[in-house]
Design a protein around this ligand. Structure first.
Ligand code: SF4
Ligand code: SF4
Length: 459
């Protein structure tokens, strides 16, 4: 899938040099208004304090002229995206991350960035000529890019007159600018994945409960245990047609709700995969027949942590003006059991598949780039985002059908021929509730298998 920023045509070295020369002429001419009084005062008194060296070999005159020149670049770039020179050549400075530039980025670009670009024989500027995205050092340091921006005038409301000879003549009643394919500045900015990832990381840093406290631990081996690593993030479109497919009998079922049924204004879905830490996986890897204590904690206390985490993430996004809905903690969320069918009206695993996080395995877990051992959560938002590309086409693409999970299952609920028997698996989980109350779980088919912590290699 094409990233939005890839559509911007970057501006090369010579056109940017031409824009800079135009700006230098404009700034030089404008600053004559300030320069002339300085000249007059220096003629009147050659040792005048304004022309005397103040810092190194720079006088007050030099400093004032530098500050005014820099303000020209900062103010115009921040407010309009371009200086006069750039505008004349249809160039714009934009953020490299599909969002508005911050004032700090612009100030940094026009001061420290330009200083460093010029420092060693202008190498930072010359980089524009050889960099793949035509970026100079100051662009790279401030995460910005200079692109072409065309504004075409077209007739939008023409009146049609017919001549006596019958020919049609179109007369413009008015005309207005339209955005060119390449323009970026005036498009409504889409929410970028990096902005979501920042909030995901912030919530991971702030949300407590990922580490088992001494009070919670039933045995010393789990006290201080961290359950999850930082989550993987997948982005999907709320209008992805696969959500309609999930409603079909035999896929999930008609009870599965569309993103727009959870949140009317739904535009995107964020799916998160929380991989279990090595300690949790190792403990279950060593278990046979029953889950390890650390796994039981990861399953029960871990799910409580994820519920708290996803609520915190939702609150952080709401603070940014993003409307959210979190199906797994929504009061409409339902677990469904109909005969041999087990499911819910929002499937985290199918959502992860749709959002590009991975494919199903024989044991019906999702194999992500960090494997299958972990938990999922998701959040629906009202902001448009670029959906992640799915690196697969089939629902079992990442499973090698190695059969390792079949040997791990204590109740023979998985077979290469029949797939997974949910009734048997569910009975096993029920039994574990009796054995390990208030905890339960199993996950033996997710550990000590080739897809535990990675996408397995097909031979
Ligand atoms: S253990 Fe093998 S067969 Fe089972 S899900 Fe993983 S890759 Fe597929
Ligand atoms: S989770 Fe279910 S399928 Fe997997 S090993 Fe346990 S009982 Fe078997």
């Amino acid at each position: 899938m094409q990233n939005k920023s890839e559509r911007h045509l970057p501006a090369g070295f010579f056109v940017r040099l031409a824009a800079y020369l135009l700006d230098s002429v404009i700034v030089g001419a404008t600053l004559l208004v300030v320069r002339i009084p300085f000249w007059i005062s220096s003629f009147a008194s050659p040792d005048n304090f304004v022309v005397r060296d103040l810092i190194f070999s720079y006088s007050i005159e030099d400093i004032v002229l530098y500050v005014l020149g820099v303000l020209y670049f900062i103010i115009l770039t921040y407010k309009t995206g371009a200086t006069v020179g750039k505008k004349m050549l249809h160039l714009r400075v934009v953020s490299a991350e599909d969002r508005s530039m911050t004032l700090f980025e612009v100030v940094y670009r026009e001061t420290v960035g330009r200083f460093l670009s010029a420092l060693v024989a202008n190498v930072g500027y010359l980089m524009i000529g050889i960099h793949k995205d035509k970026k100079g050092l100051h662009d790279l340091l401030s995460d910005t890019q200079v692109i072409y921006y065309h504004e075409k005038k077209i007739y939008v409301d023409a009146e049609v007159h017919e001549t006596q000879a019958g020919a049609k003549v179109y007369v413009a009643a008015n005309y207005g600018p339209i955005k060119d394919e390449l323009s970026a500045v005036e498009e409504k900015p889409m929410l970028s994945k990096s902005e979501i990832e920042k909030q995901v990381a912030l919530a991971f840093e702030k949300c407590e409960g990922n580490i088992i406290s001494e009070e919670e631990a039933i045995c010393p081996e789990v006290a201080g245990l961290q359950m999850f690593e930082a989550p993987l993030v997948g982005i999907g479109s709320a209008e992805d047609e696969l959500y309609q497919t999930l409603k079909q009998e035999g896929v999930v079922g008609p009870w599965h709700m569309l993103p727009s049924e959870w949140l009317t204004e739904a535009k995107s879905v964020i799916s998160l995969f929380f991989p279990f830490t090595e300690e949790v996986k190792k403990s279950n890897r060593e278990s046979v027949g029953n889950p390890s204590t650390a796994w039981l904690y990861g399953r029960v206390e871990g799910q409580q942590y994820i519920s708290g985490y996803i609520k915190m993430l939702g609150a952080l996004l709401e603070e940014q003006g993003i409307k959210t809905c979190i199906p797994c903690v929504d009061e409409r969320f339902r677990q469904i059991q109909e005969g041999s069918t087990f499911g819910s009206n929002w499937s985290e695993r199918h959502t992860a598949y749709i959002c590009g996080l991975g494919t199903f395995g024989l044991s019906k877990g999702i194999i992500t780039e960090k494997g299958m051992a972990g938990r999922f959560a998701s959040i629906i938002i009202d902001k448009e985002m670029v959906a992640d590309e799915r690196a697969y086409t089939g629902i079992y693409d990442y499973c090698t059908n190695c059969g390792a999970c079949t040997y791990r299952c204590p109740v023979e609920a998985i077979s290469l021929e029949e797939g997974k028997d949910h009734v048997k698996c569910n009975a096993c989980l029920k039994e574990s509730k009796e054995k390990f109350a208030p905890r339960y779980g199993c996950g033996l088919c997710q550990t000590r298998v080739p897809c535990e912590s990675r996408i397995p290699v097909k031979r």
